[in-house]
Design a protein around this ligand. Sequence first.
Ligand code: SF4
Length: 741
Amino acid sequence: MIQADRVTRTTCPYCGVGCTLELHVKQNFIYKVTSPFDSPVNHGNLCVKGRFGYDFIYHPNRITTPMARRYLLQNDYQGALWKTRYHAPELGNRSLTNGNDSPTPWDWVETDWETALNLAADRLTHIYQRDGSDAMAVYCCAKATNEDNYVLQKMFRALFRTNNVDHCTRLCHAGSVVALQQSLGTSAMSNTASQVMLNDVFIVTGSNTTENHPIIALQMKAAVRKRGAKMIVVDPRRIELVDFAELWLPLKPGTNVPLFSAMAHVIVKENLVNWDFVRTRTEGFEGYVESLEKFTPEYAEAICDVPAENIRQAARLYATAKNAAIYWGMGISQLSHGTASALSLVHLALLTGHIGRDGTGLNPLRGQNNVQGASDMGAMPFHYPGYMLVDREENAVQWERLWKVEPGGLSRKLGLTTTEILEHAHEGGVRALYIMGENPMMTEPNLNRTRQHIEQLEFLVVQDLFLNETGVYADVFLPAASFAEKDGTFTNTDRRVQRVRAAHPPRGQARPDWQIVCDLAKRIEARLGRPTSAGWDYAHPEQILREVAQVNLDYAGITYERIEKVGLQYPAPTLDYPGTPTLFTETFPRGRGRFIPLDYVPVMEQADDEFPFILTTGRVLEHWHGGTMTRHSVIDQVYPEARVEIHPADAEIHGIRDGDPVRVRSRRGEVVLRASVTEKTTVGVVFIPFHFVEAAANLLTNDALDPQAKIPEFKACAVQIFPARETDLPNPEAILRRGRY
Ligand code: SF4
């Protein structure tokens, strides 16, 4: 038996549950992961990703040396033009060491940190001084720590004076964030995930919790089995939780608003409203009730394909429970009306008063490990850290003081969102983009268009572990430390701020993200000749968190010492505040909860004769997002290729058997992959996970945006599906080498 040199307690780098890990280290190599029973988040349980998905740290493809394109090292900026003219990413992965081809300006050249950072600082400063703030943009990272994200958004705001700062929250829960902000005045999960054990009834909707938040799904199943709680699943797919549910409402994708509004209609008509709560804690009830008139269960049935009687039953169960809660995922928010979709859930809680108490609440299950924290740290175009609007003078003044920016120096203009940043990548628009740890060439919708946009950038810096589908378009690559090689904090889905700890030093020359950013920021600051420094000399990430807490008062009471063992749930406004497991016990941040009348807006693309199926996309248990980590892990062997799920009735009509290669085509692109014939999906609906470059689901998805939240419609687009040949199946290695789809 191996004796560990040390065991490092830290937090899982995958989903928003935020499980506690113990990394067992021998000779600077993690050989085993366990979890302590005293963790209030996961009580010793881990899913397959947390338990086995750490070996990407040692994968031979990991980049651990800074790299720059040859044209930069030769000071040949004309060489950059070559990139666009010849679609250089086709050659983009070729390093100087592996080819006999004659060198091109676009070859990668390994270099040292000094050179790579100076090149990045020179080009970023040059573009900023030439084209101004609007030419600069940054993608922060929901996988990186709070401290990493804080310093990166600070660099772009304080030095480049732009709010073109965003991250993948835009692509997952932006609809939920806007809905909760509009109605309640804040966007975080209201309760603690483990409070599901206090629920008498709970709704799970738009969330395949078993695969996306496995440890929360364990608790949901325990609530049903041990406490007799009643679960209502509202989802187009027959997900595993349906086996435990009292009711399953298999609605058509994108029809949440009529279904949940019909439940509200029943609650009002049958006088199941919590009148005391509505009178004392809400506003806008009368206008809202008028708007509900048409949403009868029969009207909803005609749109959603869910029997009216089942809608009535769900409404009665939820409204009459002592404690009821709603848990939702991206099936609610990833729609061109994602804000309305999430508001339809908020209304149910306001009507019944199932909010503001333990065992109730509105609980958007956040996707990535630190999407909550990255949002809290201001990695968004409309907010400084702490959700302080950038266009409010009093907010800007506070951050100007902290960052020693001259009065009026910070931009008051709302920035561009992730999808908008790429749409603006053209002459006169965004010219320089900095991407820390995100992979838009897998995660943006309509990837063929995304690729065209990214090719138009003048300068792209990528900071990551691997040269992934986005990295092949970069001009400078900065190798980052993994979660197990750095210190910091993550904030999980229920607002628990937890420690991240280095188990061993970074591989090769890789460095923690916050150190890379601060080192680069100092060089940019020197080139810009600013009279004062915004401050980049942090000895340890704890100093960064203390800086955040000076203005973002939700974090004011959080120190590394206080979160040493089990973390702390914000808001924690003072150093002796015990944390906040349940929000809104007395009031909402905006005062009263607001009802907002809704109308039914269909998804942008309906199935028709030409494109007869609706495609919905999502994750599987074994993989994570664009696959940068899990596809470099041993767990890739458990789920090694993309599959499209199709219902047996549809498969029979189209002559498709389980395992057959099929071609799936939308109005924007096509992929070839194997079919999985399964009753997990419903008739007329097919499902593809979005982790696989060889059959990238986002080649098919629609880039139509929700007008308020700017979130794309990943959850519904029209597709064709027909048999293909074995030889049509693509080779993922060849695709990645080409850097193209
Ligand atoms: Fe990690 Fe999420 Fe799995 Fe927990 S449930 S081990 S946080 S991936």
